[in-house]
Write a new protein. Structure first.
Length: 98
């Protein structure tokens, strides 16, 4: 298991239990799980999580922050672009000559 994944799980466990997420507590959980990681991982995670609670980070997953450049073309036509593309217009019937 990678260090960042182990720290993520440890932080989630601590947060779910209502405890403060600290490097020492994450180390304890990670060692209890039998996982060996580089010592800098818990320091990085504890510093990062000291700014915002884990619950707030989870609640804001996918919110904000750029990258929304595509996908606006269908709305420009004023109708449902998917329905218009799925249902082609019927071809006019040819009249029979007698």
């Amino acid at each position: 298991m990678s260090g960042d994944l182990a720290c993520t799980y440890a932080a989630l466990i601590l947060s779910d239990d209502g405890q403060e997420v600290t490097g020492d507590k994450m180390d304890t959980i990670i060692k209890a799980a039998g996982v060996t990681i580089e010592p800098y991982w818990t320091m990085l995670f504890s510093k990062f999580l000291s700014g915002k609670p884990v619950e707030e980070l989870i609640a804001n997953v996918g919110a904000g922050g750029g990258g929304g450049g595509g996908g606006g073309g269908a709305a420009a036509g004023g109708g449902d672009g998917a329905a218009a593309a799925a249902a082609p217009e019927p071809e006019p019937e040819e009249e029979e000559e007698e």
